[in-house]
Every structure is written in C-alpha cells, then in structure tokens.
Design a binder for this molecule. Structure first.
Ligand SMILES: C[S@@+](CC[C@H](N)C(=O)[O-])C[C@H]1O[C@@H](n2cnc3c(N)ncnc32)[C@H](O)[C@@H]1O
Length: 284
C-alpha cells in the first residue's frame, strides 16, 4: 500500500510529541544516508518518529512503526484511527488546564484508549521540559512545566492521521519487528543510548532498561538484515563499545551539542555528544 500523498501547499508534518532522544535536530546529518526511494519502511524505535515524518515521501510501500512504550503506541494508533475522538477527549484537558489540574491528572491515566492518548498528549505538553519519565512502578512522575496546554489544531491532526493511512503501528520489541524487513526495504534504528557510566543519568522510556546485552542482540539482528539484503541506518553514541559491535560497517562520526535535562533544576545543560551513524546493507 502506498502512503497518502503529500499536500505540497501545507506546512511539513513534524513529530506531534516531544520525546527524549528525538532526532529532529540531527536529521540534516542522517538524511543523506537514507535511500531516495525504497519499498517498505521499518522504524523499530519510533519515539516521536522524527525520521518517519521527514522521509515518508520516499516510501513506495508501507510504513511499519514500532516502539516498546505501550502508551506512546496508543497515541500513534489513536492519531491514525480516531482523530475526531481524540480532539473531543483533548477538549477536556484544554478547558481545565491549570497547575492544580496537572497534579490531579498526572497519575490519573484514563481507561479508554482514546482517553489515554489525550492524557499522554496533555502531560507531554505541560510536564517539565516535556519529559516522559516513569518510576520503577511505571508511574509518570514529572513535575509541572508551567506552560499552557495548546492541544492540537484540527487540520494538523487530520493531516497527521491521513499520513498514517496504511501504516502498521505496534507495541513490539525490536527482536520481533526486525524479523520482517526484506530486500528492497529500508530500516532506520534509533535505540536508547547506553549510559556513559553506571552512575550517569539516563532516560527510562519503559520500565525495562535497554542494556549492553540488548545492544549486542540488536547488532546481531542488524547483521542478519545485511545478509538478507536490507539497507539500514542506525543512530547511536560514538563509543568503542558501539564501534566494536559493527566492525565491518561504515560509520560516520560527528559531535553535536546536546541539551541534557538537569534533574532538579528548571534549566537544561549543554553537553558535547559524540554521535555515530552506522550504515548497513547493500550500498548503491
Ligand atoms: C532514542 S528513542 C527514539 C527517538 C526517535 N528516533 C525520535 O525521533 O523521537 C528510543 C526509543 O526506543 C524505545 N525502546 C526501548 N527499548 C525498546 C525495545 N526493546 N524494543 C523497541 N523499542 C524500544 C523507547 O521507548 C524509545 O521510544
């Protein structure tokens, strides 16, 4: 199935939620390594989907979008399947928005899927620094960000929804989703970066941490993609550990300035971050 055509007069679509590790700022570096056209598109670590929104016109087949974070996937699926219901559910948050309301809702996750999607978009826009962070019981625990809730304008939401027509969107682990890509497809992988040290801060996207053995399994699956003739590109931190896992791949290395949320302060720290773009599969 072909993705919905783009309306060239409308502004380009972008991620509709703020996500730690989102790749919007690095797209200029990564996009030159993405083929101009391919069959199906696979993104196993979707987050806000910065890459998907940027390259959707290059997809001749269908998009396959996945992430282990369950509620994140609920939001994507609700945008795809029920934009009108989502707009109605968002109205509740828009008309009640205040600091007290935020704290009353922070852990009040609704039961319905459309309610969960609206709740998530509300806390994503109004939480401090747009952070998604859960404690070890999986409860959202970010303080109020002192920002008004804008919600969504109807037109943009319908355009986002149309762009997802024909997309498969699932809450699966990469070990499941990386079985499917075939020759002619393209895969963009943006796994959580391993912490620099055991004591360094890291984002807990799900209750389950992404650790070194996960990265090693991921590397093995990437090598299988190459053997099956699938082109892929991975973003990661440029470390010896990462380079060792991809000894035969071309790796493009660069440094970027990254914003790091300071846990107990309102501001954000800047840090140099060595980045790697790992290229795999048949080259043109
Ligand atoms: C660096 S973020 C991706 C950011 C995304 N590229 C963007 O532009 O917003 C990594 C994502 O991997 C997801 N994740 C963590 N462990 C996973 C697993 N085992 N399988 C699939 N997704 C996983 C997290 O929930 C998180 O959304």
């Amino acid at each position: 199935m072909t993705a919905a055509p783009t309306d060239v007069s409308a502004p380009p679509l972008r991620p509709f939620l703020k996500w730690a590790g989102g790749k919007t700022r690095l797209l200029g570096k990564i996009l030159p390594h993405v083929p101009a056209e391919f069959d199906d598109y696979h993104e196993p670590f979707l987050g806000g989907g910065a890459m998907f929104w940027a390259i959707r016109d290059r997809i001749a087949g269908a998009p396959h979008l996945h992430d282990l974070n369950e509620i994140l996937i609920t939001v994507w699926r609700t945008v795809q399947q029920d934009p009108a219901g989502l707009l109605a559910a968002l109205d509740y948050y828009k008309s009640n928005d205040s600091k007290d309301f935020y704290y009353s809702q922070r852990q009040a996750v609704p039961e319905s899927l459309v309610g969960q999607a609206a709740w998530f978009l509300y806390v994503n826009q109004t939480a401090w620094n747009g952070l998604w962070r859960v404690n070890k019981w999986g409860q959202f625990n970010v303080p109020w960000g002192d920002r008004p809730f804008r919600g969504f304008d109807e037109d943009t939401l319908h355009r986002l929804s149309d762009a997802l027509i024909g997309a498969t969107i699932t809450n699966d682990d990469f070990r499941v989703t990386l079985e499917k890509p075939k020759a002619g497809d393209f895969v963009y992988l943006d796994p959580p970066y391993l912490p620099i040290s055991d004591t360094s801060k890291f984002y807990l996207y799900t209750e389950k941490r992404f650790r070194a053995p996960d990265l090693a399994e991921l590397a093995a699956l990437c090598h299988q993609l190459t053997e099956r003739g699938v082109r892929w590109v991975m973003s990661n931190r440029d470390t010896e550990q990462v380079r060792d896992l991809f000894p035969d791949n071309e790796i493009v290395r660069f440094t970027t300035r990254r914003s790091v949320a300071a846990q107990n302060r309102r501001d954000v720290e800047q840090a140099d971050s060595p980045e790697a773009i790992i290229l795999g599969g048949p080259r043109p």
